[in-house]
Design a protein around this ligand. Structure first.
Ligand SMILES: [Zn+2]
Length: 368
């Protein structure tokens, strides 16, 4: 795992290699001082760099369930209906049988793996109400290099308890619900209203194993939706018009049904992000999800690797548009990934995502 590199938190240092900035890669270097990027420059650094490789602004994993990291992978013949529904699905039976310390240790290991692969931020759908959120925080406190966590919690049960919800909302970044069709509409409406009244966003899974009615889901004003594997072209146009981004989880949905229709979504103008989904199913690098997508029929004919890379990077200067992506002065996030060769986008051919040599998350620096 990564070893903490404390002296560098305030010292200035250089990283170098294929630097992504202003929407393009070039041979260059980045100067970091006091936990912030202060210069992004073409050419070699004036002194030996702390790390050399692919210099990125850090990976953003837009959808995780790290809570099931300690659960062994389910048997390959078990479909989603046998794995996910509470309380008797595989995942919930396993979670109920594992001691809290093991659940917590599993989350800690997974968060460290995220950092080790260059992830600087993830958005986690935390189950189990407030105790589930507390479990995550304890696990994160023990991790060596955890990414910044945006925690989307949900009520522990299927009834509306205003006091429970108020306490939950006070401790999370948002509310993350399973599919809208899993919940009684009245309950969903009450939970969403309570969240919005407190200024907290709501996100939902949608059209993961079958198409769901999108107009009702859009009426809930979600900050983003997850999956949309079974969305129609009209759904994608509606999502683009509403400005609601979709987080796709290619490895996760490919395991059970299909890889998400990213070409159709991108053509319709949907903003795309990528998540690794359940920790029990696959590792946390969203670059592995791009690698899977790239292998799907029709993708390399219609999409550009740089456009896809933007789906997993932080927004530079408030935008992820082509010309803006990359490392920029003032950023406090950075990841230098292992790289050999001459084409910085060659990673997309696989077989596996590169790991990180150095990661800076909100100004704290780790390196191998
Ligand atoms: Zn999910």
């Amino acid at each position: 795992m990564m070893t903490q590199c404390r002296p560098h938190v305030t010292d200035e240092f250089y990283v170098a290699g294929h630097v992504l900035s202003g929407g393009r890669f070039f041979d260059g270097h980045v100067l970091v001082d006091g936990g912030s990027v202060v210069a992004v420059v073409e050419g070699p650094p004036p002194v030996p760099p702390q790390a050399t490789g692919l210099v990125l602004p850090g990976l953003i994993n837009a959808h995780t369930h790290v809570g099931d990291a300690a659960v062994p992978p389910p048997p390959p013949d078990l479909g989603p209906a046998g794995i996910f529904p509470p309380p008797d699905g595989y995942k919930h039976r396993m979670l109920a049988n594992l001691p809290q310390e093991e659940l917590e240790a599993g989350i800690t290991r997974y968060l460290d793996l995220m950092g080790a692969q260059g992830t600087v931020e993830h958005t986690d759908f935390r189950e189990g109400g407030l105790p589930g959120v507390d479990l995550f925080r304890r696990a994160s406190d023990r991790a060596e290099a955890p990414p910044r966590g945006r925690i989307f919690g949900r009520p522990a049960g299927m009834e509306f308890d205003p006091r429970e919800l108020a306490e939950l909302l006070a401790s999370v970044d948002g509310i993350g619900l399973s599919a809208a069709m899993d919940w009684p509409r009245e309950l969903t409406r009450d939970v969403v209203t309570a969240a919005h009244d407190m200024g907290k966003p709501v996100a939902l899974h949608c059209s993961e194993s079958e198409r769901e009615e999108l107009s009702w889901v859009l009426d809930l004003e979600p900050q983003f939706l997850v999956h949309m594997v079974f969305g129609t072209d009209q759904d994608f146009r509606d999502l683009a018009a509403a400005g609601v981004p979709v987080v796709v989880c290619p490895r996760s949905t490919h395991r059970f049904t299909n890889a998400p229709p990213v070409v159709a979504m991108a053509r319709a103008g949907v903003q795309l992000r990528v998540g690794s989904d359940n920790a029990m199913l696959q590792g946390p690098s969203v670059l592995d999800d791009l690698i899977l997508l790239w292998s799907q029929p029709g993708v390399r004919e219609h999409l550009d690797p740089m456009e896809m890379l933007a789906w997993v990077l932080g927004s530079a200067k408030g935008s992820n548009m082509h010309g803006d992506i990359g490392v920029y002065a003032g950023s406090r996030d950075l990841a230098v990934l292992t790289f050999e060769g001459s084409d910085p986008l060659a990673f997309i051919e696989g077989p596996h995502a590169p790991s990180a040599k150095l990661v800076m998350i909100e100004g704290r620096v780790w390196r191998r």
